[in-house]
Design a protein around this ligand. Structure first.
Ligand SMILES: Nc1ncnc2c1ncn2[C@@H]1O[C@H](COP(=O)(O)OP(=O)(O)OP(=O)(O)O)[C@@H](O)[C@H]1O
Ligand SMILES: [Mg+2]
Length: 354
């Protein structure tokens, strides 16, 4: 049995042994510096002021849901001690939480509220009303019947998507650990789906060997995918979550590599990948809670997925079910093209230095 340290390291390299544990050469360090400068010049990083503004918005939003849950508790006849204890909390997920968002990006947020604060009446009713009355909130609209119900608005000019998890707790502790599976017990399907985004994002950050390296590489691949026209979930290509999972797997396979190397390995590995073999960061976990998860042995529908990229938090799902034969072909051509460019650059550098 390994030591806890070894187990943690093993988790961060994933399902198989790394392809290479080699560290960076001097030229990788220089190329990574150039890559970082290129990303900054491309305008991918927000200003310090904008970052502070986002934090202020999140703070105000957290205060708002805390006030909301107290109002709801009072209206339901709870005594003052219980009203005092009543709590709700805002979590972030998506590209903001991963630390790869650009200027002007929206913030994906999740409000976790107690058992007695219902989704329809209290979240889409009372909280919606409170937000409508706040002068800093604009363009508020609710989509309560969506697969993942959401409220969308601008808060002091910052776009926010707000989901709701109505968990089975009477009091939400301030240090609530959203990764614990017991939170998925006795909740509605919308809550399971709403919690999923946060749980997946947290798992990704836990499963990569080096978060900073992962972030820079992901920023680069997101920019590349946007420029090559293959960044979009709705049109059958890949969206933020999918690119994040693909990059995270490369980071696991080359745990000590720097971003410049990881970008070229990204193209090499996915150029050779035999889809529909799934990309996974950890084993698919079965669980006594009995929620359905991606399992092509049992579910016929899962066998039809062409490019499975599996989320790493229970219940594991395929995040790229929208991919079709034609979009897969386009993406494979793009991986091949990217790989070709990296190989030409690599041999040019090798010839130059020999
Ligand atoms: N198809 C999906 N499967 C599983 N989770 C998803 C899926 N689409 C979105 N999510 C969850 O919702 C989060 C936010 O999605 P979104 O499309 O906003 O991506 P993002 O990573 O924030 O990138 P962007 O910067 O484009 O907004 C994702 O990080 C993921 O946790
Ligand atoms: Mg987002």
């Amino acid at each position: 049995m390994g030591s806890p340290g070894n187990l943690a390291t093993a988790a961060r390299t994933g399902l198989s042994e790394p392809i290479s544990t080699g560290g960076p050469s001097e030229s990788d360090v220089i190329k990574t510096r150039e890559l970082e400068k290129f990303l900054a010049d491309a305008g991918l990083y927000e200003s310090h002021e904008e970052a502070i503004k986002r934090e202020e918005v999140l703070g105000r939003l957290d205060q708002t849901v805390k006030l909301w849950v107290k109002n709801v508790s009072r209206a339901k006849g709870y005594n003052e001690a219980m009203v005092h204890e009543a709590n709700a909390k805002i979590f972030t997920f998506g590209s903001y939480r991963l630390g790869v968002h650009g200027p002007g990006a929206d913030i994906d947020t999740l409000c976790v509220g107690p058992k007695h604060a219902s989704r329809n009446e209290d979240f889409f009713g009372e909280l919606h009303k409170m937000l409508l009355e706040m002068p800093e909130v604009q363009e508020l609209h609710s989509v309560p019947d969506a697969h993942v119900p959401v409220m969308k608005f601008k808060f002091s000019g910052v776009s926010v998507d707000l989901l709701y998890a109505n968990v089975s707790l009477w009091v939400i502790p301030e240090d609530l650990d959203i990764s614990q599976e017991s939170l998925l017990q006795n909740v509605d399907d919308q809550t399971v789906r709403s919690l999923n985004g946060c749980r997946v994002t947290d798992q990704i950050l836990r499963l990569v060997p080096n978060i900073q390296t992962f972030r820079t590489t992901l920023r680069c691949m997101r920019l590349w995918a946007k420029r090559r026209g293959v960044y979009s979930n709705v049109t059958g290509f890949l969206g933020g979550i999918n690119w994040a999972l693909l990059v995270a797997r490369i980071c696991q396979l080359y745990p000590n590599a720097l971003p410049s190397m990881l970008v070229s390995r990204f193209f090499r590995v996915y150029n050779l990948w035999r889809w529909p073999n799934p990309v996974m960061l950890c084993p698919i976990q079965e669980n006594s809670l009995g929620l359905s998860f991606w399992d092509p042995r049992r579910n016929f529908k899962d066998r039809l997925h062409l490019m499975p990229i599996i989320t790493p938090a229970y219940p594991c799902m395929n995040s790229s079910y929208n991919v079709s034969t034609s979009t897969l072909r386009v993406m494979m051509e793009e991986f091949q093209r990217g790989n070709g460019i990296c190989e030409v650059l690599h041999s040019a550098v090798s010839n130059y230095s020999s």
